[in-house]
Design a protein around this ligand. Structure first.
Ligand SMILES: [Zn+2]
Length: 217
């Protein structure tokens, strides 16, 4: 009887120790795997985002083909007007998927009020991708692009305003009153649709230096 009680006691202690070890191992595994899983999720989101941009790039070139080789033109600067559609709306004609204009990492695309699409039924969810104003607000033929591989036609984050360079994300953090929404990135990178149609990410802090905003420059 005494032997059986000791045996049960030993077994209970061992089970408790085993449980503690299991908890420790699980905690270690979670701490190791969680960053890996989050990185994998970030990479998947960045890839989806880049895929969105490539499709929009194809829409740009269909637009160009149908508009005498001119890039999309819009004087849209905030107020929705049917006679003055935003570039997203111009391109939506050729690629009818408004969700493609939203980066999967961008949780609040509707917060951005500069390129907001007030009355446009398809774009109530907003857009993550912004266009170079120097390209959009001037009538530019494709042939005017001096260095298409270095000219950023569209980027996620903040648009470059007319006459300035691309400035994305954290550089403008805090200026929310101006309607700038800077709450996402892809591990500090932002995707860019370049003038020749390729999509490649740049570090958000180097966007102003590496991405040309003027197609004629
Ligand atoms: Zn993105």
């Amino acid at each position: 009887m005494i032997v059986r009680m000791d045996s049960r006691h030993r077994r209970r202690c061992f089970t408790l120790a085993e449980l503690l070890v299991m908890i420790a191992i699980t905690a270690s595994l979670v701490s190791i795997l969680l960053p890996v899983l989050l990185r994998a999720r970030d990479k998947a989101s960045a890839a989806t985002c880049a895929g969105n941009m490539r499709k929009i790039g194809i829409a740009v070139y269909i637009y160009v083909d149908e508009n005498a080789d001119f890039l999309p033109y819009s004087d849209y600067v905030g107020a929705y007007s049917e006679s003055n559609p935003a570039p997203q709306e111009l391109l939506h004609v050729y690629y009818r998927n408004a969700r493609a204009f939203v980066c999967p990492t961008d949780a609040t695309p509707e917060n951005y009020n500069w390129w907001r699409f007030g009355g446009h039924a398809s774009f109530r969810s907003g857009s993550s991708y912004m266009f170079s104003e120097q390209a959009i607000r001037h009538s530019n033929p494709v042939a005017s692009m001096k260095r298409p591989t270095r000219f950023g036609f569209m980027s996620e984050g903040y648009v470059c305003s007319n006459g300035s360079t691309w400035n994305t994300l954290n550089q403008f953090n805090g200026l929310t009153g101006w309607g700038i929404r800077v709450d996402w990135d892809h591990m500090l990178q932002v995707n860019v649709l370049w003038g020749d149609g390729h999509v490649k990410a740049v570090h958000q802090r180097s966007a102003a230096v590496k991405v040309r905003s003027d197609p004629k420059n």
